[in-house]
Design a protein around this ligand. Structure first.
Ligand SMILES: N[C@@H](CCC(=O)N[C@@H](CS)C(=O)NCC(=O)O)C(=O)O
Length: 125
C-alpha cells in the first residue's frame, strides 16, 4: 500500500487529529505543508484537492479525502483495523457526539477567537 499523504500544517488541530490516528496505528505517511496563514489553501492547486480550502486533505489509495471525521473514519476502518472504534454502538455514538460538539460549537470560539487572535497574531507582531 502506498503511504497516505496528509496536507496541512502541524499547528492545525484538525491535522493533528489525523496525524494522531496515523501515529497511534503505526501507519507511515507523508506530511506535505500547506500553510493556512499565507493563502496557500486558496491556491488553485490546493482548491482542486479541497474546494473548501481547509486542512487537512488526505490522498490515500488513489482518492482525495477531506473533512476530518470522514478521513478518520476511513483510516480507522480501512487501515487501522478499527483500532479506534468503541465496543458498543452507544459508546461510539457518544464519541461522535463529542466530536460534533467540538466541531460545531467549540472550534470557532476557542481556536478562532482565542488561539489565533491571542497567540498567533499577537506573537507575530
Ligand atoms: N470541517 C473541517 C475543518 C478544518 C479546518 O477548519 N481547518 C482549519 C485549520 S485547523 C483551516 O484549514 N483553516 C484555514 C482557513 O479557514 O482558511 C474538517 O473537519 O476538516
Amino acid at each position: 500500500m502506498a503511504k497516505p499523504t496528509v496536507y496541512g500544517i502541524p499547528q492545525s488541530t484538525y491535522v493533528r487529529t489525523v496525524r494522531l490516528l496515523l501515529e497511534e496505528a503505526g501507519i507511515e505517511y507523508d506530511l506535505k505543508p500547506v500553510d493556512i496563514f499565507n493563502g496557500e489553501t486558496q491556491s488553485p492547486e490546493y482548491l482542486a484537492k479541497n474546494p473548501f480550502g481547509k486542512v487537512p486533505t488526505v490522498e490515500v489509495e488513489g482518492e482525495t479525502l477531506y473533512e476530518t471525521s470522514a478521513i478518520t473514519d476511513y483510516l480507522n476502518t480501512a487501515l487501522a483495523n478499527n483500532k479506534f472504534s468503541l465496543p458498543t454502538p452507544m459508546l461510539q455514538a457518544r464519541m461522535r457526539q463529542i466530536m460534533a460538539i467540538i466541531d460545531s460549537y467549540f472550534y470557532e470560539p476557542a481556536v478562532k477567537a482565542i488561539v489565533i487572535q491571542r497567540l498567533i497574531h499577537y506573537s507575530c507582531r
